[in-house]
Design a protein around this ligand. Structure first.
Ligand SMILES: [Cu+2]
Length: 131
């Protein structure tokens, strides 16, 4: 027969810190020369339609001049929105088509503040997702 022996050593340490510190040094007032955090970088267009089903639509309004690449998460389908003052108008439409799967037109232009509307004309689920 085999006998096993276990030894357990428990060390308990107890530390007590008592006391406190009272008192503060205050110079008061704001410091106008304190360094300010840098302004945030410009935020580009960022969107994701989710998965519009057949005939569903998705719209996005572009605040400022920009060139925004986007794609479908499921199939790639790269395309571009160009936002600039010389664009034809404040709205544009893009169809989502099949055979082959694509955004049409692949490049669309809209003026700053304008809205692009995508319409899924296929039976597949697609997304409209900024790169
Ligand atoms: Cu797709």
């Amino acid at each position: 027969m085999r006998t096993m022996r276990f030894q357990v050593l428990i060390v308990l340490a107890s530390t007590s810190i008592a006391g406190g510190f009272i008192g503060a040094c205050s110079k008061g007032g704001d410091n106008p020369s304190a360094p300010q955090p840098p302004p945030p970088p410009p935020v580009g267009a960022s969107f994701d339609s989710g998965n519009p089903g057949q005939l569903d639509q998705f719209s996005y309004t572009f605040a400022g001049a920009d060139t925004v690449g986007y794609h479908c998460k499921h199939h790639g389908m790269p395309a571009t929105v160009r936002v600039h003052a010389g664009a034809p108008g404040l709205s544009a439409s893009v169809g989502i088509q099949s055979s082959p799967r694509r955004f049409s037109p692949q490049i669309v232009e809209v003026q700053p503040g304008g809205t692009v509307t995508w319409t899924n004309g296929t039976s597949d689920a697609h997304t409209v997702t900024s790169n």
